[in-house]
Design a protein around this ligand. Structure first.
Ligand code: PLP
Ligand code: COI
Length: 359
């Protein structure tokens, strides 16, 4: 399929200070769009100026939240090229989410080409400062004009890009997390594994309440016993216990993070023991009491590696590693950033270079 390109006539001003970007607050000049109808399949792939999308108020996305998305990053490399990190894995996960949400798969090669062409056109939007990147948000929504509660017959897939810095306001500093004991995020057989908007909407009440009390986020527990660690709103969780990297096993209820997978691969290469299992909260607190829980950190595309300095669970609050960034968290942050910026050997072939289509 040929992707047509309509360039903007009115380029927007770029953010002035790359150190004040925050997370995804401004968007680049262009976006990618492709549409789907049952009889036609995907059609009319195009890059157009960044613009509003007009939808019928009866569109199913508004009423039944049939929506999925991805999060990926493009990095400015020292040689002036732009690298995409594990972008095919995002495209593959998009299709797994699509399957769960009864939405059409979209050819992985088309997704990757769309991202490449869009980032190529907006390459001036990729920030270069340390810790910055161009955040990419591929999204699929259900469109149509019927309120029948069943899968839609029209879909729109689009990609928008945002020059981005750190996800948490305070930057790469330890965060405070409350273990959520009232609400649950996902249950076995549900949609926890899919990257679908409703999972996030359903989590806002708890994270809002936690923020009111000075926490950055909540850590979700399993929906059945509220005993086992799941994940945080935008990241998977890892713990350093007795020198081992301990993380929740994948399943129906947590997002299989690409950063999680990368960190586990790096950990194994470093000779660190990795434990992927059910992680009970009382086991964590017990390990803490014995002096064995030395670090905790989250992993995610937006969050990168986010050290956790405090964990609160019911009446108990523990301070991890004196609320300082621990050596293991730091090592993974540096190693991952080094590979993402292609300053260290990319032995896994995780980064692909954005072609120069315009040349
Ligand atoms: N868990 C949730 C709920 C997320 O939204 C994210 C972010 O994408 C992650 C985990 C981390 O996944 P990844 O490393 O692929 O970004
Ligand atoms: C990402 O890390 O890419 C995400 O999608 C998390 C998002 C909720 C900010």
């Amino acid at each position: 399929m040929k992707i047509t390109v309509t360039r903007t006539q009115r380029p927007k001003p770029k953010p002035e200070d790359e150190n004040k970007l925050g997370f995804a607050r401004t968007f680049s000049d262009h976006m990618f769009v492709v549409e789907h109808e049952a009889e036609r399949g995907w059609f009319d792939p195009r890059i157009v100026p960044y613009q509003k999308i007009a939808l019928d108020p009866a569109s199913p996305v508004f009423h039944y939240a049939q929506e999925i998305f991805e999060g990926a990053k493009a990095y400015a490399l020292d040689n002036g090229e732009i690298g995409l990190f594990r972008i095919r894995d995002n495209a593959l996960r998009m299709n797994r989410s699509a399957d769960r949400m009864c939405m059409p798969a979209i050819d992985v090669d088309l997704q990757v080409e769309a991202i490449n062409r869009l980032v190529d056109l907006d390459r001036d939007w990729v920030p270069t400062s340390e810790g910055t990147s161009l955040y990419l948000r591929p999204t699929m929504i259900a469109d149509g004009t019927s309120l029948g509660a069943h899968t839609a017959t029209r879909f729109i897939y689009f990609i928008i890009c945002s020059p981005t810095g750190t996800y948490y306001q305070q930057g790469m500093k330890p965060i405070r997390i409350r273990i959520e004991t009232r609400h649950v995020r996902a249950v076995k057989g549900g949609v926890g594994r899919a990257k679908t908007g409703g999972n996030y909407a359903a989590s806002f009440k708890a994270s809002y309440a936690a923020r009111q009390e000075g926490f950055n986020e909540v850590l979700w527990l399993d929906g059945r016993e509220q005993k086992y660690v799941q994940e945080v709103g935008a990241m998977n969780m890892m713990f350093v216990i007795d020198g081992k990297i301990v993380t929740s096993e994948l399943g129906d209820t947590i997002l299989p993070g690409i950063t999680r997978d990368s960190v586990l691969a790096l950990a194994k290469e470093k000779g660190l023991e990795v434990v992927e299992d059910r992680v009970a909260v009382d086991y964590l607190f017990d390990a803490y009491d014995k002096g064995l829980l030395t670090e905790a950190f989250g992993t995610g595309t937006a969050a990168v590696i986010s050290p956790v300095g405090e964990l609160a669970w019911n009446e108990r609050t523990i301070t991890i590693n004196d609320f300082a960034i621990g050596p293991v968290s730091m090592m993974f942050y540096e190693e991952l950033s080094c590979i993402q910026r292609q300053r260290c050997p990319d032995t896994h072939g995780w980064t692909t270079i954005v072609p120069h289509y315009q040349a």
